[in-house]
Design a binder for this molecule. Structure first.
Ligand code: PMP
Length: 429
């Protein structure tokens, strides 16, 4: 007998907190039961009841080639045949580090981790160890994983659940995290005037993707770079989401601003659990075993994960790959804008190549406050309307959407046709 998502969720709640292993999956942001998935291919996945969806979540970012790409699958199979992991160095880790150093000009050394959270946590420790300072600056609604010092006014699931600052974090830890509004350079200038030489690092999502999608205002990233130079503070771009997505060289190449340290995740693991941090030799050499900043991982650089990530990076390095993604993203977003206008439903659309944010609002969304003023209930109705028609958006108004290389014209047209129907329903409410 086919298992239903409803029954599986019931069973899951008996043995997994909230029935899920990561909070946003529980559909709290949109209501209803989460859909349990069974298998995937290209732009699609199928749930346990056999229903097919066009997927714009892409495993929250990694699936930039589309789901279950045959060449990635083959690379993983080939590594599985050789062994699942050794806890000793392997050649493929060198291949991975060389590849990333080649693709991202400011990176001379790269350290692999098993998640984005670990990568960012380690980058913060490295910045503190290198500068000998404790304070860090982050931005409201940016999410950098769930390590203690960063789970303060955070985005993503923390925001979806209305708990942007988690319980369980000691005051002594969070008091060194200074939180400022995203895209507000003058607020950063003022803060730096006061504390600049005590600030180890400014960490930023160069395109915010954990409060929907909010691109940087012109001059914002450049301004952060200049302030970090002035106060000898480490600038970290958290490119866990944007790395290898918005451009081959990530947001730092798209906007032409070079950070000191960069963190990666998602795409660099090709769908398997991976993160990484990289930067210039001078800073990176502070990491153990050469330097005093300890950082480690039993599964770091796991060869199966490296095989998936490396093959993914090789395929997305092909000429024209990101241009095509940008074109498809534009077709989707421009098509939706037209339909929303025709239906007289106020919708703000933010987009960068391969990433988008859709906000039910009649004001431009350039920062956290505007995100919070958008109508998240309406997003939930839009989400469920599309879901019923086989289009799967992020189950929260506070997450970015992702376009993959497998989203062809047919998938985009089907999505827009479905959206047109749902927008007409929304208008009648
Ligand atoms: N940083 C950013 C910008 C992210 O988007 C995420 C995850 N969505 C993380 C860090 C944390 O990565 P992970 O979930 O792999 O720990």
């Amino acid at each position: 007998m086919t298992q239903t998502s409803h029954d599986l969720f019931k069973a899951a709640r008996q043995c997994i907190p909230g029935g899920v292993n990561s909070p946003v999956r529980a559909f709290r942001g949109v209501g209803g039961d989460p859909i349990f998935m069974d298998h995937s291919e290209g732009a699609y996945f199928w749930d346990v009841e056999g229903k097919r969806y066009i997927d714009y979540v892409g495993s929250w970012g990694p699936m930039i080639l589309g789901h279950n790409h045959p060449e990635v699958r083959a690379a993983v199979h080939a590594q599985v045949d050789k062994g699942l992991g050794f806890g000793a160095p392997t050649a493929i880790e060198v291949d991975m580090a060389e590849m990333v150093c080649r693709l991202i000009p400011g990176i001379e050394l790269l350290r692999m981790t098993s998640s984005g959270t670990e990568a960012v946590m380690s980058a913060i420790r490295l910045a503190r160890g290198y500068t000998g300072r404790d304070k860090i600056i982050k931005f409201e609604g940016n999410y950098h994983g769930h390590s203690d010092s960063l789970l303060v006014k955070a985005g993503s699931g923390a925001l979806t659940l209305g708990q942007p600052s988690s319980a369980g974090i000691p005051r002594e830890v969070s008091q060194d995290t200074l939180v400022l509004p995203y895209n507000d350079l003058s607020a950063v200038e003022q803060m730096m005037q006061q504390y600049g030489f005590d600030v180890a690092t400014i960490i930023v999502e160069p395109v915010a993707g954990n409060m929907g999608c909010v691109p940087p205002e012109p001059g914002f990233l450049e301004g952060l770079r200049a302030l970090c130079d002035q106060y000898e503070t480490i600038l970290i771009f958290d490119e866990v989401m944007t790395g290898f997505r918005v451009a081959l060289g990530g947001a730092q190449s798209l906007y032409g601003v070079r950070p000191d340290l960069t963190t990666f995740g998602k795409i660099i693991g090709g769908g398997l659990p991976v993160g990484a941090l990289g930067g210039p030799r001078e800073i990176m050499e502070y990491l153990a075993p050469n330097g005093p900043v300890y950082q480690a991982g039993t599964l770091s650089g796991n060869p199966v994960a490296m095989a998936a990530g490396l093959k993914t990076l090789q395929l997305l390095s092909e000429p024209g790959f990101h241009d095509k993604l940008a074109v498809q993203t534009r077709k989707l977003c421009d098509g939706l804008a037209e339909r929303a206008k025709a239906a007289s439903v106020p919708l703000q659309i933010n987009q960068v190549p391969a990433m988008f944010g859709w906000f039910f609002s009649d004001e431009p969304v350039r920062g956290f406050d505007a995100v919070m003023r958008a109508d998240s209930q309406r997003y939930a109705r839009f989400f469920h309307g599309l879901l019923a028609q086989g289009v799967y958006l992020a189950p929260s108004a506070y997450e970015a959407g992702f376009v993959s290389a497998a989203h062809g014209d047919a998938e985009i047209k089907a999505t827009l046709d479905a959206a047109e129907l749902v927008l007409a329903q929304l208008k009648e409410e």
